[in-house]
Design a protein around this ligand. Structure first.
Ligand SMILES: *[C@@H]1O[C@H](CO)[C@@H](O)[C@H](O)[C@H]1NC(C)=O
Ligand SMILES: *[C@@H]1O[C@H](CO)[C@@H](O)[C@H](O)[C@H]1NC(C)=O
Ligand SMILES: *[C@@H]1O[C@H](CO)[C@@H](O)[C@H](O)[C@H]1NC(C)=O
Length: 452
């Protein structure tokens, strides 16, 4: 027999594919198909107050005839008990309540009806939402993220444009969102997801994108003073592989004909500045494999070409990773210090002050080689080497309690605090680029007013 929910799935799939509404991925369709939900039609939830003497009687009903004790709360001097009761056992349960003179009430008259109501509310919620599935309550697919990007471009066309800057090895789109209110502004680049398993990174970049667009009015200076180039998903092949096959996958998914059994390159060791000069591997099976040559990967080439085409405009390069709570400066290939170190440090200090105000989250600040290790071929070094003065590599939450498997409940808090840090960073960079005017200005001696 075809149940209502199955019809609903079929209708959703048909609608999704024929009218451009959110279509379900094969994984989502599979997850909806199995397992078939149990029907709780006619099940009642009774609540009763029981004294200690009669407690064993009620307790013994649990697990007999499909009865399920949902909850037992101490409520001095009695116990309050919730008992889920199938239709066939209702007579028996009422009989026991009456026999022991227990007062009781029917909390839920038909559990299936309650479930359906909850479902229909969910559906209404879904269908009433704008044409995108994005939330910060779970880790989303690449498709969900791109659907949200499409939505932003359609909804905020005066502010948002998107560009495909290349294709991944498996031919997924590599997309950059541009947020701009007009020409001739310095620009900030933010990317996430270069390492596949660091799921909170793309989620956080999406959160930043969400606020810079849908809440741009809250921070008018940020969108009027800068162009923003945002690439939430720098390694979509690896991310999907991590979602569907191996949660801890880090690299790209390119196949090297010389080592077909060891797939992928560490994209953050593949950039062509001081490539393969320490802290990366020549072994294709290693998770830090630098690749057969610099920029062997279409993903790193796409980022390179985009950055080079705008390197005079770009003042800030931020690449977001996880985890360890670090805000890092170049260089990562050498212990030597960049001439820009102090400026980068000053700005990052203010960024972290901002980040910390949200929930006290502490980050370490310093050069990559001071906080982690030598790593050559990283994107932060490459960006700095082509002349982008402020280059930052971030490691988001946490400090290792969950590591890469950060619970989804922490996506939004991570997004909120990181966005706070990014905002403070942007303002601090702006002040560095255009130092605030000091008052009073002596235009000429005559015009100077004495205020002594
Ligand atoms: C329930 O109440 C009735 C009437 O008050 C009484 O006769 C009976 O003994 C009580 N049963 C129990 C188990 O206390
Ligand atoms: C990507 O697309 C190109 C051109 O259509 C094709 O030759 C190539 O095999 C595709 N790559 C993969 C991994 O599917
Ligand atoms: C904020 O910090 C407090 C104290 O460290 C912690 O208990 C709480 O879970 C944090 N909240 C979020 C949203 O991270």
């Amino acid at each position: 027999m075809i149940e209502t929910w199955q019809l609903l799935v079929v209708v959703m799939v048909l609608l999704g594919t024929s009218c451009g509404l959110p279509s379900l991925t094969p994984e989502e369709i599979r997850s909806l198909q199995v397992p078939k939900p149990v029907s709780y039609s006619g099940y009642k939830l009774f609540r009763t107050d029981v004294g200690l003497v009669d407690l064993p009687v009620v307790d013994s009903l649990d697990n007999s005839d499909g009865i399920d004790l949902w909850s037992l709360r101490k409520k001095n001097p009695e116990y309050e008990i919730d008992l889920l009761t199938p239709p066939d056992a209702e007579q028996k349960v009422r009989g026991v309540f009456n026999e022991y003179n227990l007062t009781y009430q029917e909390v839920i008259g038909d559990l299936q009806r309650a479930i359906n109501l909850e479902l229909s509310e969910d559906d209404a919620f879904l269908w009433n939402r704008p044409a995108h599935p994005m939330t910060w309550e779970k880790y989303h697919s690449v498709q969900d993220m791109y659907q949200y990007i499409d939505y932003l471009e359609a909804q905020y066309s005066h502010l948002v444009t998107t560009e495909e800057i290349g294709l991944s090895y498996e031919n997924r789109s590599l997309r950059v969102v541009k947020i701009s209110t007009g020409p001739n502004k310095p620009a900030i680049w933010i990317d996430g997801g270069l390492h596949a398993r660091e799921w909170v990174s793309p989620a956080t970049v999406m959160y930043i994108l969400h606020h810079l667009t849908e809440f741009s009015w809250e921070e008018p200076d940020l969108v009027s003073n800068f162009d923003w180039y945002i690439m939430p998903m720098a390694n979509p092949d690896g991310y999907e592989y991590s979602r569907l096959h191996d949660r801890l996958w880090r690299k790209t998914r390119s196949v090297n004909p010389e080592s077909p059994n060891c797939v992928g390159v560490d994209a953050n060791r593949n950039f062509g500045f001081k490539w393969s000069m320490g802290g990366s591997s020549q072994n294709p099976c290693s998770s830090t494999y630098a690749g057969p040559k610099p920029f062997s990967e279409p993903e790193t080439r796409a980022i390179r070409d985009f950055i080079l085409s705008r390197k005079d405009q770009l003042k800030v390069f931020v690449t977001i990773h996880a985890y360890s709570q670090m805000w890092m400066l170049p260089w990562s290939y050498t212990l030597e210090v960049s001439p820009q170190y102090q400026d980068m440090y000053d700005v990052a200090k203010l960024a972290l002050d901002g980040l910390k105000t949200v929930n006290g989250t502490e980050y370490s600040l310093g050069q990559v080689t001071d906080l982690l290790y030598i790593a050559s071929g990283a994107s932060g070094d490459y960006a700095h080497s082509v002349g982008i003065p402020y280059s930052y590599s971030l490691e988001l939450r946490d400090l290792g309690q969950y590591g890469f498997i950060l619970p989804k409940e922490q996506i939004e808090p991570t997004g909120v605090e990181t966005y706070q840090g990014i905002k403070a960073m942007a303002r601090a960079v702006y002040d560095k680029l255009f130092p605030p005017v000091q008052f009073p200005i002596s235009v000429n001696e005559e015009a100077t007013v004495s205020i002594e």
